[in-house]
Write a protein that binds this ligand. Sequence first.
Ligand code: HEM
Length: 512
Amino acid sequence: MLASSILFGGVSALALIYIIQRVIHSILSPLRSVPGPFLARWTDAWYLWQVRKGDWEVRNIELHREYGPIIRYGPNRYSIADPDALGTIYGHGTRFTKSSWYDAWMTPGGWNLFADRSIQRHASARRQLQSTYSMTSLVSYEPYVDQCAEIFSERLVEMNKAGSVVDMGHWMQCYAFDVIGQITYGERIGFLDRGADIGGIMRTIENALAYGTLVGIYSRFHRFAFAVVSFLAGKKGAGRAFVEELSKARIAEEQEKRKAAGLEGKEVGVGAEPFVSKFLAKYERDPETFSMAHVMAGCTANMAAGSDTTGVTLSAILYFLLKHPECLRKLREEIEEYRAKGILSDTFAFKETQQMPYLQAVFKEGLRMHPATGLPMERVVPDDGATICNRFFPAGTIVGINSWVAHRNTEIFGADADEFRPERWLTSDGDKLAAMNRQWIPFGMGSRTCMGRHISTLEINKLIPRVVRGFDFELSAKDSRDKWSTLNCWFVKPQMFEVKVKARKPTAVSQG
Ligand code: HEM
């Protein structure tokens, strides 16, 4: 009895101290007049609760439309919707570091490029990786992408024969996984062959996304939460072990191969050697700055970041085309026109696809309407503070821009910013186009911009024209009537994107 009274008293005292602290902070803060939901002023639990609902990107846009360009979404968290703020927060050379939210995306004591909060350490690792992920290097992997696209088409033919409804979101992710497996390890993992969650990787990534998204908000509990979750995951955490084992095995094989061929310590060019080989060459040449941990982190990061993102984007582009048959028709007309002119090959060479204005407009519009990440990319205001939207933010404040918010800005994209309209990218107004391009940030911006954006660009530009030329897709009654359902766990992933696949005969290009 006495113990419980002491405990109750202790907890009450702590709660009181916390409330007093918050009230004082709130009164003295130069940001006290920033609007936002009432509870967000007092506790991060409000944001945690909202994010848990799985549609933060929608709520984030609504809040800005209700309150203006700066909103508070936690006691020290501010979401920004001002185009000028992009350069201030994310521009090259700024001193804004990633917020503590990113800590939960790393094994305690581990390292990865995405979650690294040190500007210097990150810059040094990124310099080492830059050439491997460059577009010049990636186009040499095009034949692998072709192989996967071919197998994907075979699956679509089978789906057509079976006449059943399939979850296209799942199959798009299978394609992305096999491409990234091939590029990273030099071998397909086999997702497209089996259509199954091999080694439990998909489920593990899904769990890791939910974990990072939610625990990141209270990242001071990450170490403890990680231990508990890892213990409880037991066998369900098998996907992580699968990727680690696969990486270790491929690293060992590759080391043997390089030794046998007398290649140890020699740089690998920008050819189609798997990434694991390129990472190893860096390690052998300079193990101090590029350790074995970097080799492992590079391989596993590709698997974690390179499948959902591409799968989500492919699904979104297909979904929007199906919802807008006139856009699909225009795209098909462009494809047939280029085929008829003999400037578009059967495999849809990446170089050729870059010359197709409507395809490029569809690509940009798809990523504008549905960028794969759906939470603010949080950064910490540096030592001297910063002025954003004509307001001073003291050092240590967390500010972030959500690409969903940036992409729905009606001043930049017009009154129809919520509409899928690829034609907006075909405007002859150079200033308008430049402004839209500046505000188009599906891959982030500045020194932390997406490392794998060229891989995805390659995969998407080749697959979309191929599948819409060869197949018709019928949306489920629910998706054709309403908006599709998605879940925002950092990646805004479709939930059961069900379609019926039908093979089609491409029609000759219409003449006017
Ligand atoms: C359409 C596909 C993709 C989208 C929309 C996307 C989006 C993003 C975004 C928004 C960021 C920045 C996050 C931030 O600042 O908080 C990012 C970073 C990153 N992405 Fe992607 N991504 C895609 C594909 C990929 C692929 C295929 C890979 C790897 C193969 C990849 C690897 C990475 C890595 C390593 C980072 C961290 C970069 C750094 O901090 O220096 N991404 N991505």
